[in-house]
Design a protein around this ligand. Structure first.
Ligand code: SF4
Length: 84
């Protein structure tokens, strides 16, 4: 019983690590498949002074190189990377 619980926790931790790795790969790459908004905590409003129009990945007028779907220029997500 105890071993089953430990295995289950390990499995969950591995799955979490895989999700983080997937986001990292997609962030670096010219991703063929975009990330779901929920995976990067996308929101339709800025976070402090960060917003999509100031992000390296933003593709005007309303798209993102790595996040799927319609993207607001004033949105934000956890993969935000400031333009140089
Ligand atoms: S903040 Fe996120 S959704 Fe917005 S452009 Fe950057 S990577 Fe894309």
């Amino acid at each position: 019983m105890n071993n089953e619980i430990k295995t289950s926790r390990r499995t969950v931790l591995c799955m979490g690590g895989a999700a983080v790795a997937a986001v990292g790969v997609a962030t670096r790459a010219s991703a063929q498949q975009k990330i779901d908004k929920a995976m990067v905590l996308y929101q339709d409003k800025p976070k402090e002074d960060q917003q999509c129009s100031k992000c390296l990945h933003f593709q005007p007028p309303n798209a993102c190189a790595i996040v799927a779907g319609t993207i607001s220029p004033t949105g934000w997500c956890g993969a935000f990377a400031p333009k140089a």
